[in-house]
Design a protein around this ligand. Sequence first.
Ligand code: HEC
Ligand code: HEC
Length: 508
Amino acid sequence: MLRLRSLVVTVSIGCLALFAANCTSPAAAQASADLDPASRGTHLFLRHCAVCHGADGEADTLAANLLLPRPTAFRHGLFKLVSHRNGMPSDDDLVATLRRGMPGSTMMAWDWLPEADLRALAGVVRQLAVRGRATAIERTAAVTGQALTPAQARELAEQQLRPGAPVETGAPRPVDAALLAAGETLFQRHCASCHGADGRGLPGADEWPTDGTWLRPRDFTAGYLRGGATHQELACRIRAGMPGAHMPPVELAVAETEALVAYVQNLIPDAARRHHVQWRRTLRVERSAALPADGDAAGFDRIEAVRLPVAPLWWRAGAANEVWLRAAHDGEQLLLQLEWADGSRDERPRPEAVLGDGVAVQFARTEEPPLFAMGSTDAPVAIWRWQTFDPKSAAGQLDLTSSWPHTGIDVPIGVRSPAARGEAIEVTGVGTASGAVGSGRPLQVAARWRDDRWTVTFRRALHAGGPDEVDFKLGTPTLFALAVWNGSLDPNVASKVITTWHVLELQR
Ligand code: HEC
Ligand code: HEC
């Protein structure tokens, strides 16, 4: 069910308004109320989380192999964002993580789900962690010849995962030179060995080899904070560490914590604090009298551009981190223009090239699509795609084993070879990008590369030409998500960056 609780962006010619909206659909609220919290949690987990974390929370999934950092395997009971001294998360910690996501990874924000659903999901995560710990405890007991029933093992696991005393965070103090100097001394003593003397991380850390776990100390100026930059949040990171990551807890007095937090906050530019959070946005697009023609720069300039943060599947510092979107309609046609930075134009196939530069807009054809790319068999998505050249693929197959050896994947993923450079396709899940081609309603695409940026404009009639295409109804929200490829990195999975689902609402 479509549940929209998100940042709303009204797009119209020459006018942009930002306001909060809470438009939970009545049908969705009803369906949610029909299930008890545990069943609702399981339903949501299988729908949205299992693709990456696995139905059993083992994170041993096809998608997980394509992602860096790797999705967390809950069985270990290690969570990075905790506010308790024993390093265990409270349900509040888990809910806060779900609401904000973990910028710098593909763990998106679930801010659009109601509080009750987030609590239910936190409950599922905790149960999976308890189950994993209990299994480990039982195994140890068996090896050491201890008599332990499954119920006892479970109880022990629950105890171990229970959050202890909260971290003593202190409170923000008025910032002056003395406080910052005290903070800096602590920083150089406890933190600089990993985060660098200037807080920008260690040089070359991006190139460190990794098995999918995150080894790289954060560059505080880059704005990728998994857990936010408030006093409370930073104090928790410092005092509780980030369990499961290579970020140790540090024992400090409260006054020291306060000084160090003030110093670290000072290293984080304001603009960077929320820059990469993948909150869902709603774009309300007012009706225009006429759409600008290709090449009518002034016409496009009058359409407000909305910034959507993107996350690379395989994280790297230089990946595109935002796409600017312009949307307009005149009651007959929809125009979407996407613009993003790409310092190299990859237009010619090379021996190792698979896709070249490209972009895809994915539209949900059902009300509650799985978050992560490409739909599922019961929730197909429609995709508008443009690539600089037709994918290289003899039999329409991209052999991931040889192309991406680090992923350990041995099932080939089908990649359909488009008939033209711009096309509409329907797909039904990761690895099935070979669904039926849209029934031929023309999708017009115009692309331009200038000043190290691509601008790609799609135009299509609002009404679908066939059952496998997306039909835009005025006043009815449509979920959409974006993907952008950088052909210089072909065929590495790192060439792809994605957004979460956002909402497009064409006004009457
Ligand atoms: C697209 C893949 C993807 C999906 C879908 C996804 N996650 Fe994650 N999740 C990740 C990644 C990647 C990480 C690890 C981030 C890191 O370590 O920095 C993560 C981490 C987490 C963590 C660990 C938090 C911590 O403090 O360390 C929790 C809990 C979590 N996810 C819950 C969920 C839940 C619940 C859902 C569904 C509502 C979900 N995830 C959906 C990719 C995903
Ligand atoms: C042994 C190396 C190491 C030391 C010492 C260390 N860190 Fe970290 N730190 C890391 C790593 C690695 C990460 C990234 C963890 C991740 O994202 O999985 C990190 C992440 C962070 C973050 C980001 C949290 C977020 O929300 O993304 C903050 C803030 C931080 N460290 C502060 C500090 C401070 C302050 C100190 C000194 C008290 C410190 N660290 C000491 C390795 C270290």
